[in-house]
Design a protein around this ligand. Structure first.
Ligand SMILES: Cc1cc2nc3c(=O)[nH]c(=O)nc-3n(C[C@H](O)[C@H](O)[C@H](O)COP(=O)(O)OP(=O)(O)OC[C@H]3O[C@@H](n4cnc5c(N)ncnc54)[C@H](O)[C@@H]3O)c2cc1C
Length: 425
């Protein structure tokens, strides 16, 4: 199907998935003047898990453009150093990130994911969200696209944008199945109260993001607020199978026994609280993210192995860029979509390769390989944080949405859907 697609600012834009990509896209589109933006989310409420999330500087830049910088500073704690250590606490390298902090407003940080989600949610009008609608398929012709939901409901629009994450149904229908790449590891993540720890002088409370590595498992920690710390235990599968959270809670204290304190203490406390499993996996980069009126962005288009805040930076950057390309090419939408695909798929593939290489270093299980990895860490040059990829991730993102107006109003705190809000922390 080939046709010239035009877009008006009052055309219906259907966004599938109310995660960070969907909400970032909706904010940018509305700021750019689109009036009929709707988000369909399969979950019944906007609640998301409280997990620590590392954010590259770009995230703060985008929040700043959305006039959310002040709220952004409240969702986490900036760090300007990353310390890499062995399980016994020997420092392999202390990487200085302060040079990446270009202004006082934009910095890498560890945040509470639920808080990031919440400030974006609060920026949007409550009535654009429809919760409890699970998208199953789309149909399209040269005039419109129609989304079909598990409930039996169907909704027509001019564009449909899949922001439904890693297991995207939009992507599946558009591209067929995609190979999932994994090094057979899971991160078990949680946020624990500082008050529960005896070791109040743990350095991660004070600013650096700290990682500790054994030959196969690793642990990282960073503060997310003045009285909470985000922790992550990265553990290989049991053979070919990820371990469930309940299994890992039983194993965690034993697995981290003998690591330098307070790691074993943290492992005991974390095992008593809420932990969430994050499969470390990605999709091999692809170049096609659209099919006529249907477009992908966020993890649905480009997922990455975890690496210093890459996922969120790419997700938010792509969504803002897509909004801008649609706005700038309303008379010839195909051109905007092609520019989005071309520019973002090239950039995200570069980060993806970098993250995949980094992830592969964690998969070395033989003692010799672990020693080699630690040597690599030890000899990372001082200027490593200014390498092109890290710098690009932290100092630029491709395309900006010019936020000229403050057209989005604060939500009415008494409006019906605020009853679905995640509880205040
Ligand atoms: C535990 C965990 C920790 C992470 N830590 C980091 C980190 O430290 N730094 C970092 O940069 N990145 C991190 N990431 C990755 C980052 O969270 C993702 O890159 C980012 O959330 C992608 O946003 P998204 O909106 O594209 O997808 P998602 O966050 O997956 O959101 C997709 C949304 O679509 C909804 N949805 C799915 N299917 C349907 C459907 N059929 N119909 C309707 N709605 C649907 C989902 O419920 C969800 O709300 C982490 C991810 C996880 C899970």
């Amino acid at each position: 199907m080939s046709f010239v697609m035009k877009l008006n600012q009052d055309d219906q834009i259907l966004i599938i998935g109310g995660g960070i990509a969907g909400m970032t896209l909706a904010i940018a589109l509305i700021e750019l003047g689109f009036t009929q933006v709707r988000i369909f989310e399969k979950n019944l409420t906007p609640e998301v898990p409280k997990v620590p999330i590392n954010l590259g500087t770009n995230v703060l830049r985008i929040l700043d453009e959305f006039q959310l910088a002040e709220q952004g500073w409240q969702i986490g704690i900036p760090w300007n150093q990353m310390s890499i250590r062995t399980k016994s606490g020997k420092v392999l390298n202390d990487l200085d990130f302060s040079r990446l902090v270009i202004t006082k407003e934009h910095f890498p940080m560890t945040a509470n994911f639920a808080r990031l989600h919440r400030i974006l949610w609060e920026k949007l009008p409550a009535d654009i969200f429809t919760y409890g609608e699970e998208f199953i398929s789309f149909t399209q012709n040269d005039k419109e696209v129609e989304a079909h939901f598990l409930s039996g409901k169907s909704v027509k629009g001019n564009l449909l944008i899949g922001t439904d994450g890693f297991g995207s149904r939009v992507r599946l229908q558009m591209l067929g199945s995609s190979e999932v790449r994994t090094f057979h590891r899971t991160s078990y993540e949680g946020i624990i109260d500082l008050g529960k720890l005896e070791s109040t002088n743990f350095e991660a409370f004070h600013k650096p993001f700290i990682q500790y590595h054994d030959k196969s498992a690793s642990f990282s920690a960073a503060p997310v607020s003045s009285d909470q710390i985000g922790v992550s235990f990265s553990i290989p599968y049991d053979g070919d199978t990820p371990r469930s959270v309940s299994t890992i809670k039983e194993l965690l204290p034993g697995m981290f026994e003998g690591w330098v304190e307070p790691i074993s203490e943290i492992a005991r406390i974390a095992a008593q609280g809420n932990l969430f499993a994050w499969e470390e996996k990605d999709h091999k980069p692809i170049k096609v993210w659209s099919q006529n009126r249907v477009i992908l962005t966020g993890d649905a288009a480009h997922s990455s192995f975890p690496f210093m805040g890459i996922g969120m930076s790419l997700t938010m950057g792509s969504s803002v860029y897509l909004a801008k390309m649609l706005h700038e090419n309303m008379k010839k939408v195909e051109k905007g979509i092609k520019l989005f695909e071309k520019n973002r798929s090239k950039a995200t593939a570069e980060f993806n390769r970098f993250a995949e290489r980094n992830a592969s270093m964690f998969n070395w299980k033989q003692p010799l390989a672990g020693t080699l990895r630690n040597m690599v860490y030890q000899f990372l040059p001082d200027g490593y944080t200014e390498s092109p990829v890290i710098k690009m991730m932290n100092t630029t993102y491709m395309g900006t949405a010019v936020v000229e107006t403050s057209s989005l109003s604060e939500k009415d705190p008494d409006s019906a859907s605020t009853q679905n809000l995640p509880p205040n922390e």
